[in-house]
Write a protein that binds this ligand. Structure first.
Ligand code: S3P
Length: 431
């Protein structure tokens, strides 16, 4: 992929497309099967940098990963010979920290400059309470993280201050290796792919809303996984087709897990025309096709329990808001500030570059939508954030024909989650 993405405005998008595999489920399919007893096939795995980071860390820990197959270590990894590099992937680092907390050896996790800036105390602090020795820069807040795992770990009662599936999953993975039980709660239910997949692997997790109880001493059994399409990747095309007149797309086989489908609820409230078709269950996850047609959008307020269900889609929803009529307010989204970039700042920056009226709020942003008229072409930097890069490309596509092409600089970061995005966008433009 070239490092500069040039996007011509004013084309309708038409056709059928399969978006790549879900990133969250791809990480989990590899991590959990690598730790499990037995062997499993994984199909539809996302082929992108983040998942490669997970795969290479797991190989360094003694698991065997072949073409579409994982052979697990039956609960016992081997001490890695070198530092484990998680690249740009927060999910890799936080979930591995949970697994390694219960492994009786020393390991060090690092990542790229972006990942080394992201907060890790949210996992290192509760994992220490379980008995693991975890340290890192800034008192365990930043990678590189040094982990000396303990066997067995202790039980823990923990009320997480953030609704984060990465925190929840790290604790569940450690708790499976404990002698006591984990009693966990979070302010809102975060994505539940872990509970679904570990459940299919025979791990007992008692669930009651945003509260979980995980008994200790459990080793998962390997299970085959078919990974659905990523709704977070589909979101770029849902918004692109909504804002480009004359568009109609069918996105096939998209994961529609109710803890992840907030983008559909938000787009519906904005007046978008998105229909679910052919709904089914695949590997314990709800899946369906999404048919989207261009529509006039209106501004909305997005906040509260909806936020964890669409957190990764907020940059592109802010782009939708720019093309809507009226004001959109995104609140209760402080977590945006600690993603691959400070997404409040980077999203407002990209909107303003195109002439959109937008402002930062401590916990979100405000966007004043006035439709496409008055917007201009721009050259925007991604700040190394894949979703900001793709959101910038979608905005450029929706500009009025005649404003000329826009450029997304440092677009290589899109490889993190969606390497085929530029090619797909090109293919779907109606000629
Ligand atoms: C993820 C959880 C979310 C999400 C991230 C992937 C996961 O992060 O933003 O892209 O796979 O568990 P948090 O757990 O920090 O909310």
């Amino acid at each position: 992929m070239s490092d500069v993405l040039v996007v011509e405005p004013g084309a309708a998008l038409r056709g059928r497309v399969q978006v790549p595999g879900d990133k969250s489920i791809s990480h989990r399919a590899l991590l959990f099967n690598a730790f499990a007893e037995g062997r499993a096939s994984v199909t539809g795995l996302l082929d992108a940098d983040d998942v490669r980071s997970t795969a290479s860390c797991l190989c360094a820990l003694g698991a065997t990963l072949g073409e579409g197959e994982v052979i697990g270590v039956a609960g016992r990894f081997t001490e890695p010979q070198d530092v484990l590099d998680c690249g740009n992937s927060g999910t890799t680092m936080r979930l591995l920290t949970g697994l390694l907390a219960g492994q009786p050896f020393h390991s060090v996790l690092t990542g790229d400059a972006t990942l080394r800036r992201r907060p890790m105390r949210r996992v290192s602090a509760p994992l220490r309470l379980l008995g693991a020795h975890i340290d890192g820069r800034d008192q365990g807040e930043r990678a590189p993280l040094s982990i000396r795992g303990q066997r067995p770990l202790r039980g823990l009662r923990y009320d997480s201050p953030v609704a984060s599936a990465q925190v929840k999953t790290a604790l569940i993975l450690a708790a499976m290796q404990a002698e006591g039980e984990l009693v966990f709660s979070e302010p809102y239910v975060s994505r539940d792919h872990t509970e679904r997949l570990l459940g299919a692997m025979g791990v007992v997790i008692h669930r009651d809303g945003a509260r979980l109880v995980v008994p200790g001493g459990q080793v998962p059994r390997a299970v085959d996984v078919v990974v659905p399409g990523d709704i977070s990747s589909a979101a770029f095309f849902l918004v692109a087709a909504s804002i480009c007149a004359g568009s109609e797309l069918v996105l096939e086989g998209v994961g529609l897990n109710p803890t992840r489908d907030g983008v559909l609820e938000a787009l519906d409230a904005m007046g978008a025309d998105v229909r679910r078709e052919n709904e089914r269950l695949v590997s314990g996850e709800p899946v369906g096709d999404l048919r989207v047609r261009a529509a006039s959008l209106r501004g909305v307020t997005i906040g509260g329990g909806l936020i964890p269900r669409l957190i990764d889609e907020l940059p592109v929803l802010a782009v939708a808001a720019a093309f809507a009529e009226g004001e959109t307010l995104i609140r209760d989204a402080q977590e945006l500030r600690v993603k691959e970039s400070d997404r409040v700042a980077t999203t407002v920056g990209l909107l303003r570059a195109y002439g959109v009226e937008a402002e930062e709020r401590p916990d979100g942003l405000r966007v004043v939508g006035r439709g496409a008229a008055g917007l201009r072409a721009a050259s925007v930097a991604t700040e190394g954030d894949h979703r900001v890069g793709m959101a910038a490309a979608v905005l450029a596509l929706g500009l009025p024909a005649g404003v000329g092409p826009s450029t997304v600089q440092n677009a290589g970061c899109i490889r993190t989650s969606f390497p085929t995005f530029p090619a797909l966008l090109e293919r779907l433009r109606a000629r």
